[in-house]
Write a protein that binds this ligand. Structure first.
Ligand SMILES: Nc1ncnc2c1ncn2[C@@H]1O[C@H](COP(=O)(O)OP(=O)(O)OP(=O)(O)O)[C@@H](O)[C@H]1O
Ligand SMILES: [Mg+2]
Length: 486
C-alpha cells in the first residue's frame, strides 16, 4: 500500500457559511451528503472547503480521499481513481473489495467530485458503488444537476444557489483588487447571475483591460467569450467550455437541447403551462433540463440562467424555421378572435388594414377588412389587439416591436395572404394615430424623418413629422440644452 494522495489545496470560499457548516456537521456525524447545482456554481469548492475544515481534519486525518470523477467513464474507473487516492495498488482482481476493506477499518471520508460524468454513462453500476461506499465510509458526492442519484439515500442533500450580489462582489474584489469597487461594478456583476466561476473569470479578464468600463464594453459585445483565462480549454478556465460540457451531457436528450435553444431566446422564460406549445415533448424536455440544473422554475415560468442563455443563444441558437414554428403558436393565441372574425367574413375583402388607436389606458391596433358591399368599399372590423404585454412581449425582450403590433402584423399578413389582397399597416413599428386608412392612402404625405405616411388633420404641433420622430427630436434638444447656471 502506498501513501494516499494529498487533498487538493482549499480555495477561498465566500458566501457559503451556513451551507458549509451544515456539510461539516454531516461529515462529523459520518453521514453522507450530495452537493447538487448547475455548472460552475461552486460544488467542488464547497466539498474541498468542508474536507479542509479543522474539525473534519481532526476527525478523519489523512483518511479524507478526494476522487476526481470528471474523467471517469464508468464505475470501474471511479474505483480505480479511488484506489489511487487511497494509495492502494491499482492492480488486483478485486479492487473495490480492497478499497472497502480498508475504508471499513477506520472512519474515512470519500469525496466523489463531479460524479455526474460516470453516473450519466453508467448509472446503475455507479449507484451500486455509491451504496457500497456509503455503507463503509462517509461519502460526499458533488454532481452537476439537481437529481439525487440512487444508492446514497438517505443522504443530506445540498442544492447550491447563486451567490448574492454582495458575495459575488467580495469574490470579484478579492481577485481583481479593492480599487475596482466602483459604481459600474454592481450592474456588471449582476449580469454574472451569481455564478462564482463567471465572477472569477470576469475578474481575471480585467487584467487585459484598461478599466472596468472597457471590461463592461467587452462583455456587452463578446458576452461569454470574455469569461475565460489562459488556454481556456478546461471547464475551470472557460465558462463556455463548462457550459458546453453540460450541453453534451449524456443525459441530455435532443428535445431538451431544442428546448434550451428556445429558452435562450426567451429572457423571461416561458410560462410553464405553455412549455408543451413550444415543443411537442416539451414537458419531458423541461424535466430533463431541470434535473441537469440547466433550467429552473420561477413564478410559474420555466427559465434558464442568464449566462447559459447568452451562451446557448450564440453557440446553439434555434433554427429559424423551428423558432418561427414555435412562436407562431403563441402569436396565434392572442390573435385567435381576429382570425375567427376573418374566417366568418361573408363579403370578399379587397384589403386588410391595421391602424393604431390609443386612449389613456394605452395603445392598441385595430385590424379591419375592407370589403366590397354592393359594389362599394366598406369596413368590417376584425378585432382590437391590445394589452398583449404577457408572454408574447417576452419573445422580443424589449419594445419595439410592440407585442400588439407584432401580433397585428403577423395576423394581418396571414389573413391578407389567405385572401390574396394587400395588407396595409402604415406604422408597423411605433404607435401613430395620424396615418391614412387604406382607402385614403393617396392623401398621405411621408413623415419628413422616417417616411411613414401621415394624414394630420387640423392643427398639429408637430406637423410634417410623426409623433415618434417628434419625441426623438425633443429628446435630442433636451440633451443639447445646458442646465441653467445656479
Ligand atoms: N463560494 C465561492 N467562493 C469563492 N470562489 C468560489 C466559490 N464557489 C466557487 N468558486 C470558484 O469558482 C470556480 C468554479 O467553482 P467549482 O469548480 O467549485 O464549481 P462546480 O460547481 O464544481 O463546477 P462544475 O459544475 O464544473 O463541477 C472555482 O475556481 C472555485 O474556486
Ligand atoms: Mg465541480
Amino acid at each position: 500500500m502506498g501513501a494516499p494522495s494529498q487533498l487538493p489545496p482549499p480555495r477561498a470560499t465566500v458566501g457559503r457559511d451556513s451551507v458549509l457548516s451544515a456539510v461539516v456537521d454531516e461529515l462529523l456525524v459520518e453521514g453522507s451528503t450530495v452537493v447538487l447545482g448547475p455548472p460552475g456554481i461552486g460544488k467542488t469548492n464547497l466539498t474541498l472547503a468542508a474536507l479542509h475544515d479543522p474539525q473534519v481534519e481532526a476527525h478523519y486525518g489523512r483518511r479524507r480521499y478526494f476522487v476526481r470523477c470528471e474523467g471517469a467513464a464508468n464505475a470501474s474507473e471511479v474505483v480505480a481513481e479511488l484506489a489511487r487516492a487511497m494509495g492502494l495498488s491499482v492492480a488486483g482482481d478485486d479492487l473495490l473489495g480492497a478499497c472497502l476493506e480498508s475504508l471499513r477499518t477506520t472512519p474515512s471520508a470519500v469525496c466523489l467530485d463531479n460524479a455526474e460524468t460516470p453516473w450519466s454513462i453508467d448509472q446503475l453500476n455507479c449507484e451500486e458503488l455509491f451504496g457500497h461506499l456509503t455503507r463503509h465510509s462517509t461519502v460526499l458526492i458533488s454532481m452537476r444537476g439537481l437529481e439525487l442519484p440512487g444508492g446514497v439515500q438517505p443522504a443530506h442533500r445540498v442544492s447550491l444557489d447563486e451567490l448574492s450580489l454582495e458575495s459575488a462582489k467580495e469574490l470579484f474584489l478579492m481577485a481583481a483588487g479593492e480599487r475596482f469597487d466602483q459604481p459600474a461594478l454592481d450592474p456588471l456583476l449582476d449580469e454574472m447571475g451569481g455564478l462564482p466561476l463567471a465572477v472569477e473569470l470576469l475578474a481575471h479578464a480585467l487584467h487585459g483591460e484598461e478599466s472596468l468600463d472597457s471590461l463592461a464594453r467587452r462583455w456587452r459585445s463578446e458576452q461569454t467569450r470574455v469569461l475565460k483565462r489562459g488556454a481556456g480549454d478546461h471547464r475551470l478556465l472557460s465558462v463556455e467550455v463548462s457550459l458546453e460540457a453540460s450541453w453534451n451531457d449524456h443525459l441530455m436528450t435532443s428535445s431538451a437541447r431544442h428546448l434550451l435553444s428556445m429558452l435562450s431566446r426567451l429572457p423571461h422564460g416561458v410560462a410553464t403551462v405553455y412549455v408543451s406549445s413550444l415543443l411537442p415533448d416539451g414537458a419531458d424536455a423541461a424535466s430533463v433540463l431541470r434535473r441537469r440544473g440547466l433550467a429552473f422554475d420561477e413564478a410559474g415560468r420555466l427559465r434558464t440562467h442568464p449566462l447559459i442563455r447568452h451562451y446557448v443563444a450564440t453557440a446553439h441558437p434555434p433554427g429559424p424555421a423551428e423558432w418561427e414554428r414555435a412562436i407562431a403558436k403563441f402569436r396565434h393565441l392572442p390573435a385567435k378572435h381576429v382570425l375567427q372574425s376573418a374566417a366568418a367574413l361573408t363579403e370578399p375583402p379587397i384589403a386588410i388594414e391595421a391602424l393604431w388607436d390609443g386612449d389613456t389606458t394605452g395603445w392598441g391596433v385595430w385590424l379591419s377588412a375592407i370589403v366590397l358591399a354592393d359594389g362599394k368599399p366598406a369596413e368590417r372590423s376584425l378585432g382590437f389587439l391590445r394589452g398583449l404585454g404577457g408572454d408574447i412581449r417576452l419573445f422580443n425582450a424589449q419594445v419595439p416591436p410592440w407585442p400588439d403590433a407584432e401580433v397585428a402584423a403577423w395576423a394581418g399578413r396571414m389573413i391578407a395572404d389567405q385572401f390574396n389582397v394587400p395588407f396595409w399597416f402604415p406604422s408597423p413599428i411605433y404607435p401613430e394615430e395620424d396615418c391614412p386608412r387604406y382607402l385614403e392612402r393617396h392623401l398621405g404625405t411621408p413623415c419628413a424623418q422616417c417616411g411613414i405616411p401621415l394624414l394630420q388633420r387640423g392643427p398639429c404641433p408637430w406637423k410634417g413629422v410623426c409623433y415618434q420622430c417628434h419625441l426623438e427630436s425633443s429628446r435630442q434638444t433636451r440633451r443639447k440644452t445646458k442646465p441653467l447656471a445656479e
